[in-house]
Design a binder for this molecule. Sequence first.
Ligand SMILES: [Zn+2]
Length: 151
Amino acid sequence: MNIKKVKLEDISKTKRPTLGDEVPVEVFRLLRIIGMYSILGEGSGYTLYLAGKELGVELEVNTVDELGTLLKKLKIGILTVVESSDDRIVIRLDECITCSGLPDIGKMICHFEGGIIAGAMERVLKRPTKGVQTKSHTSGFDYCEFQIHLL
Ligand SMILES: [Zn+2]
């Protein structure tokens, strides 16, 4: 049997004439939060971050603005650059697909989004990055924040 990997460009091909190409945020979260955590377990954050980063590097974006436009189009969130220096960029994500509206559970769970942003920034800036989430709805804020360290 010839097993192939689903490629990034294949993901957007949907064949759903009745249901269309959108799903409720609720369904996404079932898969993203409950599904992934039950498969990968608690402490899966770093794995999810790495998966997100691998994806982020592959995104067809060449500027921070293009990344913001794409994240908005995909309804992942609304990106704003809060602070930018030679070694660090602070990014705010409003209406985060994973955590927006969730209660404060005392931890941050948007590792995948952090990875996507860090990976995309690596591509845009052509410098290695490390993303760290510093704020989240699930840690008591009403937006997400990621520090992207430029290595
Ligand atoms: Zn979030």
